[in-house]
Design a protein. Structure first.
Length: 240
């Protein structure tokens, strides 16, 4: 099921890459009992390790945007434009930063800005590994560096007496795909449903070193959608 124009704004800044998708979904904040505390993924800190020239250049450019732009939508779009051309660089990440974890997806913390205004992480996924259904603590920009990520987007529906999730879109994000998400209304689930390694770069407007994860809440709710919208996705077993 493709995203509707109200859920995604699209344009092709570089035709050799997949479409740059900027998400500006409206929504509301939710608290318990519809959401539960997030679980921090398996994390490796690379803050003391050498940064590649390509990554160092990206970090410097993101710093300029964060310091000069106002509003999460503008920041997200500008950072997405910076990230996309970097995703094809073979020297962007070191071999150590590409290592997966056998139990769950692995988070490599690559950079945390000294003032905590943004962080850069790499998420590495083996086949079958997935996030919980979750939302985020801040704006975030995601770009696929290797493999493909299967994403399902949800909205919270129903009254307080009957809260549930409704699927609003699904995408297979290939190498070069970039999406900027601005909460609230950013509930989604991401899975490596392919046969090989998947790696994505994530830039968040928060101090992930201190928080441990960008996930604000996870949602353990019934998913109600037509079967053709969620086949093989909503019924999957995420790696909690």
């Amino acid at each position: 099921m493709p995203f509707t124009p109200t859920e995604r704004r699209r344009y092709n800044s570089q035709p050799r890459f997949a479409t740059l998708r900027v998400t500006l979904r409206a929504g509301k904040s939710y608290s318990s009992p519809v959401a539960t505390e997030a679980i921090i993924p398996q994390t490796v800190s690379g803050l003391q390790r050498k940064t590649s020239p390509a990554l160092a250049e990206l970090i410097s450019a993101v710093r300029h945007v964060v310091q000069s732009e106002t509003g999460p939508e503008k920041v997200g779009l500008a950072v997405a434009e910076l990230l996309q051309p970097c995703l094809s660089a073979t020297d962007l990440l070191t071999a150590e930063q590409l290592k997966p974890c056998g139990e769950t997806y692995r988070q490599h913390i690559l950079h945390v800005e000294p003032d905590g205004s943004f962080s850069v992480v790499a998420l590495v996924w083996l086949p079958g590994q997935a996030t919980p259904i979750h939302d985020h603590v801040s704006w975030c920009v995601v770009g696929v560096h290797r493999g493909a990520e299967h994403e399902t987007v949800y909205e919270l529906a129903g009254a307080q007496s009957d809260p549930h999730l409704r699927v609003t879109g699904h995408a297979i994000n290939a190498v070069g795909s970039v999406a900027a998400l601005v909460p609230p209304g950013d509930i989604h689930h991401v899975e490596n449903a392919g046969e090989g390694l998947a790696v994505s770069l994530h830039i968040y407007g928060a101090d992930i070193g201190a928080l441990g994860s960008s996930i604000r809440r996870r949602y353990d709710l019934e998913v109600r959608s037509p079967a053709h919208q969620v086949a093989g996705i909503a019924g999957a077993s995420p790696a909690w």
